[in-house]
Each structure stands twice: as C-alpha cells, then as structure tokens.
Design a protein around this ligand. Structure first.
Ligand code: NI
Length: 248
C-alpha cells in the first residue's frame, strides 16, 4: 500500500478520472494527494476530494501561474483551510526567463504565512531557485513540508533534511539517475516520500507515456531495490512518513 503524495489528476489531462483512480487502487495506491496550481484547478481538486475517499486536496498558487494570480485569490486557501491536507503546489521557478522573481517570492512568502497561521504542511516546487527557496523557508521555521520532485544535490538534500523537510521522489529516479540514487541512500529513511507528479514524468518502464498514480508501484520497486528493502518494508516506512507530515 502506498500514497501518491503529489499528482495532478485533473480533467484537462485525463478523460476518465474514475478509471485512473480504479487502476491506482488495483495497484495498491490507496491514497492520492492531488495538487492544485491556480484558482480553477484548486476548485477542481476540492470537488474531487468530496467525490472520492481516496483523494486528498492540496491547494495553492504555483509560481508558473503568477501572471494570472490576484491578491484576493489567497482567500480561496483560507476559505477551504479545514478541508485541505496541505498548501501546494507552491514555490519558486526561475527556469523560464524572464521571470518576476520578486513577485514569485512574495506569493511564496504569503502562502507560507498561511501555512504558519493554520499549521498546514506545504508542498514545495523549487526549480533553479535553491538558494532563495532555502532563505525564504528559513524565515518560517515552524512550517513543515516536502520538496516535491526533489532533484537537487546531496548537499541541498541535507540542508532541507536538517530544516525538517521531507523529500519527494518520483519517476526521474528511475531514469538511470546516479545522483538521485546516491541521495536516497544518504538521507534518513524518515524523509522519503513517493510521488508521481502525474501526468508528468512517467517512470521506467512507462517513460514517454502519460503518468498516473498506479505507476507509484514502478517507483516503489525501483527504490526498494536500491535501498535493499522489500516492498512491504518500503511501504511501512513511506506510509509512516506520509502520516507524520499530512493529516490523512
Ligand atoms: Ni506538480
């Protein structure tokens, strides 16, 4: 049994969401944390959560959608705070130039303030923005969370771990990625979370197809092999980590 701690099971990506959920459950993926990225997807995530017991909502405003963001949108998080398991997906993304770093930092900061105020964990996206992400998180030492789709260096992983954050690993680790394999072996087991980031980043042997939560089993098999755990042990470890971070 596993939880997909980060996916985007949304209508724009899947014709038949019911089928995606069924297939996940048949593969032992009994819980899915679906992440919103903007007002519309947040609304959809909240609806999905009402409809399916296995779906848990994370809502937030992603840095890539910053041009559509309006200040009063944050109200959507506060209005739904008691029904969500996390504020996410939020963070910093400096990958595409030009980007308004200051606006992204302000948006990230204001969502961390909500996390602090309401004691909610955060699900963080950080791309090409490691130092600023760390600096901003250090200003909020009470906020817990995870770095979703972690792809930084071992040194960066250790900094996040020392700050109490967990690290999400998904399909990328199966792409003969020596660096990530080294990291999962070096960080404490109680920091590991599994995720697909569906519909993106399908793991081997499904690489190139649309990703879905059922594919957690490929990621889990791969990581269990690397860590020399059996799949049951990995499930126990990662499910305990899910429970430690999220109220689900
Ligand atoms: Ni995502």
């Amino acid at each position: 049994m596993f939880t997909d701690t980060h996916c985007h099971i949304l209508k724009e990506y899947y014709e038949n969401i019911e089928e995606i959920i069924d297939r996940a459950k048949k593969n032992g993926i009994m819980k899915m944390i679906v992440n919103g990225i903007d007002r519309k997807s947040n609304e959809e995530v909240l609806e999905l959560q009402k409809k399916y017991d296995c779906i848990y909502a994370a809502i937030g405003f992603h840095p890539e959608n910053i041009s559509d963001f309006q200040e009063n949108d944050l109200q959507q998080i506060e209005n739904n705070i008691s029904s969500i398991v996390a504020i996410g997906e939020i963070g910093l993304d400096y990958h595409y130039e030009p980007c308004d770093k200051e606006a992204q930092q302000n948006l990230f900061e204001s969502q961390l303030q909500l996390a602090e105020k309401y004691h909610k964990p955060v699900i963080i996206h950080s791309r090409d923005a490691t130092q600023d992400t760390i600096n901003i998180l250090k200003r909020h030492p009470n906020v817990k969370g995870c770095l979703h789709c972690f792809s930084g260096s071992l040194e960066t992983a250790k900094i996040y771990v020392s700050m109490g954050f967990k690290l999400g690993f998904g399909g990328v680790i199966t792409f003969k990625n020596a660096k990530l394999k080294e990291i999962i072996k070096a960080v404490p087991l109680d920091t590991l979370l599994l995720e697909t980031d569906s519909p993106y980043l399908s793991p081997e042997p499904k690489r190139g197809t649309k990703n879905e939560p059922a594919n957690i089993r490929h990621i889990a098999n791969f990581i269990a092999d690397e860590l020399k755990l059996d799949i049951r042990e990995l499930s126990e470890v990662t499910e305990a980590n899910v429970k430690a971070l999220f109220d689900i």
